[in-house]
Design a protein around this ligand. Structure first.
Ligand code: PBG
Length: 322
């Protein structure tokens, strides 16, 4: 039975019908806002390539987090910018490091707001790579110990979820064992399981001051050409004990999100990264796109592909639009 009996447009004529048959819904609880915390007091250092976003000192971070809570966001993910970088990413796991102090302030000042922490070394190393560099390459197994220590220090400070983003092999298992032996059996791990070596992280590297000083991250992050390999990465992270998984970036990798949704019955996140944000904002600032609609359509597409939750720099704007 086809036209003229079948008329799909019948279900599109009014907003009340469209609403009834809508397949994908957005809610503020699905959005996680990335925030950058830096040393100092009263600091709000704008990030040129990410209009509306800034490095915040802890006092301003807490204020920002209060707003996130009142908007009903799913939570925040925290990136620390240390005062001191060195070859060994010492501050990444320091009990009084910038991230650890920020977590404590958030837990005290904004109880009930979910605090996820990014576990990585690139903001903390002088060379900007995600681990210990030996002969020009990141040494996988030495880096595992650093990551485990950092994750434990975040959990001790009160992080609700730790999220390793470094792409070392075996990091989820190393972190799980370290958390458990430190008494943090109930701290979940959100693994950046399928993280690609993407050009779309460009603005973030300005925001987090984490651009590699030589070479690139293709020796540890995934080749954008590979979809099947993403399933292998996710399967390995789940075997190692990941509780939640993530695909990153989001919009250029909707096929990977969909495949992951079909294969794995665990909570699935996607990261709409800095470059995705900046492209949309730049087009809108030129008058080429309607910002509000671009925000909602992009987030809807990521949810439709299969993501349960989305890390997005649009989290607050999107929550206000709903
Ligand atoms: C740290 C990290 C990066 C991002 C999240 N965690 C940068 C990178 O891998 O170079 C990118 C986030 C974004 O672009 O919004 N390794």
């Amino acid at each position: 039975m086809a036209f003229p009996i079948e008329r799909p447009r019948r279900l599109r004529f009014s907003e009340s019908i469209r609403r009834l048959v809508r397949e994908t819904h957005l809610s503020p609880s699905q959005f996680i806002l990335p925030l950058f915390v830096c040393p100092g007091d009263g600091v709000r250092k704008d990030i040129g390539s990410m209009p509306g976003h800034a490095q915040l000192s802890i006092d301003n971070l807490v204020r920002e987090a209060e707003e996130c809570k009142s908007l009903g966001l799913g939570g925040i993910i925290l990136f620390g910018i240390p005062a001191q970088k060195d070859e060994f990413a010492t501050e990444a796991s320091a009990p009084d490091g910038i991230t650890q102090r920020a977590i404590r302030a958030l837990k005290a000042g904004v109880p009930g707001l979910l605090v996820i922490t990014d576990v990585c070394n690139c903001e903390y190393t002088t060379h900007g790579h995600c681990g210990f560099v030996k002969d020009g390459e990141v040494d996988n197994d030495v880096t595992l110990g650093w990551l485990a220590n950092t994750a434990v220090s975040h959990a001790e400070a009160g992080a609700d979820i730790v999220a390793p983003s470094d792409m070392m092999d075996g990091r989820v298992a190393a972190i799980r064992i370290a958390l458990d032996s430190a008494g943090h059996q109930n701290t979940p791990i959100l693994s950046y399981a399928a993280k690609y070596a993407s050009v779309f992280y460009g603005p973030f590297r300005e925001a987090a001051e984490s651009a590699p000083q030589f070479g690139d991250r293709r020796g540890y992050q995934m080749d954008p050409a590979n979809g099947r390999e993403a399933m292998r990465e996710i399967a390995l992270d789940l075997e190692e004990g990941a509780d939640l998984i993530m695909v990153k970036p989001a919009m250029p990798y909707l096929d990977v999100i969909r495949d992951a949704r079909e294969r794995f019955d665990v909570p699935l996140g996607a990261y709409q990264v800095s470059g995705e944000f900046s492209m949309i904002v730049a087009a809108a600032n030129n008058g080429w796109l309607d910002l509000d609609r671009a925000i909602l359509e992009s987030l809807t597409s990521i949810r439709r592909a299969g993501a349960d939750f989305i890390l997005t720099y649009f989290a607050k704007q999107a929550a206000r639009l709903l």
